[in-house]
Design a protein around this ligand. Structure first.
Ligand code: ATP
Length: 613
């Protein structure tokens, strides 16, 4: 086995990557300087403090983004150690607080929040016993700053974090603060508040890690499982992958070190990914890991269940907020209108809102675009036998009746003819329908979810959409942002789609090369998620190995722009024809005349756009 560890240590200390060697008894035998930096055992750029422990009279400043999460399992009761005795504070609340340790006389200052507001920074400022203190959780940037008399102690975090600074009650100097990777030093809020000694942050006094068991040092199931897999001989090499070590995301590869007797240990090569953030493709993988670990660990809002809208992929902030809105909408029976560009997932979201409300009730999807104007009424409200030529003699129920007790999803509601809009308004106001040809009212209890990629306000202004109906359906508006505005969702979406399509065609799981991913990330996605699905499906069918390369990603901004322009012209033409038919009350000869088109051109265009009336 390797003997001269000291020499090895010196050599590996010169390397840029973090190097760790763990022997077959899971004991750390080598830990170079950069590994110590990356995992937070030593510090480069922080101020120092001596070793010590908390004592009565010390001023404690803490910021915890979720009580009980990454703080050593702090409980709300533990807060009484700094005199915060508030029975309303619960696990998972976000709290900022200042108090004196072990002193029941001096009142604390604190504020807390349930269901963290994801947009706003959460801030507490106070002049406390002569110290000017500011605490801030930057929710978007995932940073916590504690400032004492202008000096800042900042930490970045992934999912959640508990940060703490202690001022010595006797001397007024900072006697403890947390910095990156504090968990390896066992210096969580809980441990320190319960009297655990803390190490000095002087780099000459590194906590000794050689000889320690790796699972005493590192938290992170995936990492420990992988080490186990290499040591047990199952996987001699694990290529670069993202792992969480003590709440820090690192890129790590592992290799078994073997001799004639078999595996003697595992060599870990780790890189601090925060340095790579500028690279877009890596950044997206990081974001995915971050968001995934965030959603897996903590419910985002107090009352939203973890599985709600899990099928609706995306954890960018706009999507998290959107899911929260959708969740709220699903708990009521309000009418909902979902707006967003084509392919952003409006239909999917509508179904999920319905399922979250009551999966067992009917969900009827109606594409208003696909119904001929003359058939709207009978399709929506049904008809009685003999109501019109060609009607079934038994009559037929319409979409509204079929949706009774559940949801009707009116997709492309902006395309609803004006005369049907009046009837829809009547139904929404009176909750009754009449089948065509009947004067018998049928009570209905249906929630309407509508969707459109049109700007309905503009449609109202141009007289194409009734204002009173607009107000009726606009009770709970939800807008899905286009994919280009939430590119951090791309990686998760890509993975999901790759999985879905490979499973559908029974292909082995395929992966994107870095360059292919980069190509996808640089694209603007005018067709949103639907276009992403199409492009990945095409790439999967083109690639013969398990790797997808950029050549197989069939996008080209220029040709895409041309196609979409052509598509837009086709859309405009179709709309032009439909509008003319509506104005002419479905009378084709009149519409043709109004448009000044020849019979052959007019009918050819109707056929091309599948307009039956
Ligand atoms: N956030 C998402 N997560 C997973 N799949 C998605 C998401 N958004 C869209 N999709 C998928 O993309 C495709 C298009 O979505 P959908 O049909 O719901 O879009 P849309 O906005 O209703 O489009 P259109 O306006 O053209 O009707 C579907 O296959 C859907 O499952």
């Amino acid at each position: 086995m390797i003997e001269n560890f000291q020499l090895l240590q010196l050599i590996t200390d010169c390397l840029e990557d973090g190097i760790i060697f763990v022997d077959k008894d899971y004991k750390v035998k080598l830990f170079n300087q950069n590994a110590k930096r990356i995992t937070g055992i030593i510090f480069d750029k922080y101020a120092s403090h001596d070793a010590g422990k908390i004592e009565e009279g010390d001023i404690v400043i803490l910021a915890d983004s979720a009580i009980g999460e990454d703080d050593g399992c702090l409980s709300p009761k533990d807060l009484s150690l700094i005199n915060i005795k508030d029975s309303d504070i619960r696990a998972n609340d976000c709290i900022l607080g200042i108090g004196v340790y072990g002193n029941a006389e001096i009142l604390p200052v604190y504020k807390y929040l349930r269901g963290a507001n994801l947009n706003e920074d959460f801030v507490l400022e106070a002049n406390y016993l002569g110290f000017q203190i500011q605490i801030c959780i930057e929710t978007m940037k995932k940073k916590i700053h504690i400032r004492v008399n202008g000096d800042s102690y900042s930490v970045s975090f992934l999912g959640s974090f508990g940060h703490m600074v202690i001022i010595d009650g006797k001397s007024g100097v900072i006697k403890f603060f947390q910095a990156k990777g504090y968990t390896i030093r066992k210096e969580s809020i809980k441990e320190i508040l319960h009297g655990r000694k803390f190490f000095s942050k002087d780099s000459k006094e590194d906590p000794n890690v050689i000889g320690e068991k790796i699972d005493d040092l590192f938290m992170g199931d995936k990492l420990l499982q992988s080490i186990n897999s290499v040591l047990s001989g199952n996987e001699p090499f694990i290529p670069n992958d993202f792992f969480e070590i003590n709440k820090r995301l690192v890129l790590c590869s592992m290799r078994a070190i073997e001799d004639k007797q078999g595996v003697q240990g595992v060599l870990l090569n780790i890189q601090d990914v925060s340095e790579l953030e500028k690279l877009l493709d890596y950044r997206n993988q990081i974001l995915m890991e971050v968001e995934k670990s965030y959603t897996n660990r903590t419910p985002i809002y107090g009352d939203i269940s973890k599985d709600a809208f899990a099928e609706f992929i995306g954890n960018s902030h706009s999507m998290v907020q959107l899911k929260y809105l959708a969740y709220k909408a699903s708990k009521t029976k309000f009418n909902v209108i979902i707006t967003g560009e084509s392919g952003t997932g409006k239909s999917l979201l509508a179904r999920l809102i319905h399922e979250e409300y009551n999966k067992s009730s009917p969900f009827i999807e109606v594409n208003c675009n696909a119904i001929a104007p003359t058939l709207f009424e009978s399709e929506l409200f049904g008809y009685v036998g003999g109501a019109f030529t060609g009607a079934l003699s038994s009559g037929r129920s319409g979409y509204f009746e079929n949706a009774n007790g559940g949801t009707i999803f009116l997709d492309e509601i902006g395309d609803l003819p004006l005369e049907i809009q009046v009837k829809l308004l009547y139904v929404l106001q009176n909750k009754i329908i009449y089948r065509v040809g009947s004067s018998k009212p049928i009570p209905i209890d249906v929630r309407v979810i509508a969707a459109t990629n049109k700007n309905l306000e503009e449609e109202v202004m141009n007289g194409r959409f009734r204002q009173d109906l607009y107000f009726r359906i606009n009770v709970f508006p939800i807008t899905i942002p286009p994919l280009r505005e939430r590119k951090s969702d791309l990686y998760m979406l890509i993975n999901k789609i790759l999985n879905k399509i490979c499973t559908r065609y029974d292909f082995p799981q395929k992966q994107l090369s870095g360059e292919a991913l980069d190509k996808l990330l640089r694209y603007n996605w005018p067709g949103n998620v639907r276009e992403l699905e199409n492009i990945i499906e095409r790439a999967i069918t083109l690639c013969e190995t398990n790797w997808i390369y950029p050549e197989q990603i069939n996008i080209n901004d220029f040709s895409q722009a041309a196609t979409s322009m052509q598509e837009q012209m086709q859309e405009a033409e179709k709309k032009f024809l439909k509008d003319a038919l509506i104005r002419a009350n479905g009378n084709k000869a009149q519409a043709m005349k109004d448009l000044g088109m020849s019979k052959s051109v007019f009918y050819e265009k109707l056929k091309k756009h599948a307009i039956s009336n």
